[in-house]
Write a protein that binds this ligand. Structure first.
Ligand code: ZN
Length: 184
């Protein structure tokens, strides 16, 4: 397995929509494994293919030490509303409150290409919605009010200077650090 570079805000990859996967091949299973490894290394709880510069409709999440890989995920039911703070591995240090459905049911395929249904409430619900948004070029800052989005982007303009290539490489230093914030 290997760590992948994470694209940060400004990289066009984050605004592209993904293509449904026709068959889960060994190559895509390797991608899933690399995405999980990268997500854990970055202390994240979710990572979507566009964040590592890929166009396949694939995401991985893990909110409670149970990794879930979802291929071609679709939200088939959403209900209720919860508000909570979100961050994103593609926007380090940027956080904002976002309204999400309180409960979602997602259908897709697992890493072996078998049908998979995942029900999420609370953090898992939020995480699934955030990651599926990534697969359609949407980011959590899109949901912020104009003023809050403006201040998030102003803060990002300073952070962004750390990523001249618009890629974030997880360094051994970052790997060693303990983060308490959850990022998706
Ligand atoms: Zn994200």
């Amino acid at each position: 397995m290997s760590l992948l570079d994470i694209h940060v805000l400004g990289s066009p990859a984050l605004r592209e929509t993904t293509e449904p996967v026709a068959a889960v091949t060994d190559e895509l299973r390797r991608l899933i494994d690399d995405m999980l490894e990268t997500m854990y290394a970055a202390k994240g709880i979710g990572l979507a293919a566009p964040q590592v510069g890929r166009r396949e409709r694939i995401t991985v999440v893990d909110v409670d030490e149970s990794p879930i890989a979802l291929v071609n995920p679709e939200i088939v039911l959403s209900e209720g509303k919860i508000r909570g703070e979100e961050g994103c591995l593609s926007m380090p240090e940027i956080y904002g409150d976002v309204d999400r459905a309180a409960r979602v049911v997602v259908r897709g395929l697992d890493r072996d290409g078998r049908p998979l249904e995942v029900e999420g409430t609370e953090l898992l619900s939020r995480c699934l919605q955030h990651e599926i948004d990534h697969l359609h070029g949407r980011l959590f800052i899109d949901y912020l009010s104009v003023l809050k989005r403006r201040s998030a982007i102003a803060k990002w303009e300073k952070e962004r200077a750390k990523y001249p290539s618009l890629r974030r490489t997880i360094s051994p230093k970052e790997l060693a650090e303990q983060h308490n914030e959850e990022a998706l």
